[in-house]
Write a protein that binds this ligand. Sequence first.
Ligand code: FES
Length: 198
Amino acid sequence: MSGNTIGRLFTVTTFGESHGPAMGCIVDGCPPGLALSEADVQQDVDRRRTGTSHFVSQRREADQVRILSGVFEDEETRGPVTTMLEQVIREARTEVIYACAPVTVLRDVCLLAARYEIPVQACVDVPMACGTGVCMGCVLPVTGTDGITRIVRACVDGPVFRGDLVRWDDIGTIPFDALGAPGWNPSRDGAPESRYAG
Ligand code: FES
């Protein structure tokens, strides 16, 4: 599946469009303490500044770099460097977010979106070995609108899910209260308790 993320341990995910309110990126995997400032990035952005020659766009754009999180006093703090997303949410009066990214990034996007009560359609970027629903290598726990958590396959049941129904923190595990797991009790209220159910 194609996507807008490159890297594994050091991951860069881009988003936005040149005609939109902003373009941004999320960088995961920076070691803490790394010196990083907006000026470091700005000098590279300036190299492609619009209107400087016949070979680039003639649009007038500020192309001003802003780092919104993950950096304190010009040093990397270890958190994901999430640039621009919150600004885009506010300035574009966002009503819904369509996101495609690794699950760690999607989790952060959904947390941010929840603060603004914005629904997220999350396209999970997970390894899909067979792509046909056979190998079970792409599973993740998702709570249905009936309140029951099921282990679903991203390749055939997704890969797009409602962000608020994915149990991001339980990915890689089978939650105790998932359908068929030891903690699931079908006779109890017809459905298990789920802290993620809406
Ligand atoms: S990739 Fe094999 S089951 Fe989804």
